[in-house]
Each structure stands twice: as structure tokens, then as C-alpha cells.
Design a protein. Sequence first.
Length: 187
Amino acid sequence: MDQGSRLSAVRLAQVHAACDVLGIRRGFDENDLYENLSWLCQHQEQIELRLFAARRGQRKPELFPLRRHQQLSGRRGQRLRRLRLQRDGKKGKKQIVIGLLCDEDGTPVSTEVFRGNTQDPQTFGAQVRKASQRFGCQRVTFVGDRGMIKSGQIEELAKAGFHYITAITKPQIDTLLSGGVLQMALF
């Protein structure tokens, strides 16, 4: 009905008689919502697989654009919250990192929560394994910025038989130009 915290969902349900509509006799509170989240966590892989199969059938994605992982700050989730680097402009805040794997249309295929101090390249291998092992993709190109796809990630892609598209730095461009690999006339 509305986005918000678990507590706001409980309050919203009380205002809109959600228990009556849903046939819940005893009412519910935020602990019921936490129980639902636990159930979802335990069944996440099967749910993602069924949604993937229902949406895609036998057609496997061949392109996975990598978006910068989202960070969330908050007071709960003590086990995963860690101090994140200053690059996000949130110095001193404890955060979690949510890895989001999307298909070529930008539709989410899978999510995963990482410790807040996990750097983007460290989440990359999990996404590659999901694409190859869980979802059975074979002809895949990952697209990401140079902060996401580095030499270690390129090796992981090669092992899976996947390809990548990423940016290169100005010094790398200068080296390719001076070596005759790139020709400015082509641009």
C-alpha cells in the first residue's frame, strides 16, 4: 500500500483496517513483519529462480549492466552495518551495501546484502556466479565502470566465459594512442 518502515506499515494497517481485509483475527505488529522477512530470506534463491523463469522462460539475458550498489544507513542490522568509506559523502555513518543484479532491461533479477565496508569489486564475483550457476546464463557481457570491473573481476569473467565492457583511464588511453592501438582518426 505504501513504502516505509515496518513500524509505519503496522500503523498504516491499523488505520486502514488491513487485518479485517486480509482476514487476520489477532492483529499483527512489526515482529510479524520481521518473521515474514526471515521467511523471505530463507526462500530468496527459490523465489528469484521462479520469478526469473516466469518472466524470461528459456530466454537468458546476455547483458548485465552493473549499477553502483546502494547503501542504506540505519540503527538496526548490527551484524552487517560497518563504516563505509567517505566516497559516498556519509562520513562516519554505519551502512549496509545492497548488491542489485539487473537484466538488460534494468529489471532486478537478484539482490544480496553485504557488510557496509564491502567495496564494489568485492561483490562482483557473487553476481558472476549467480548469472552462470543459478540462472544458467552462458553468453553474458557485464557492463560496469572502472571502479567495478578491475583486473581481478576480469579474471573471474574469463573463468566463467563471460565478456565485459568498462571504461579506461586517460593514462590508459594515452598509452594505447602512443602504441598505435587506438587511432584518433577512427573517432
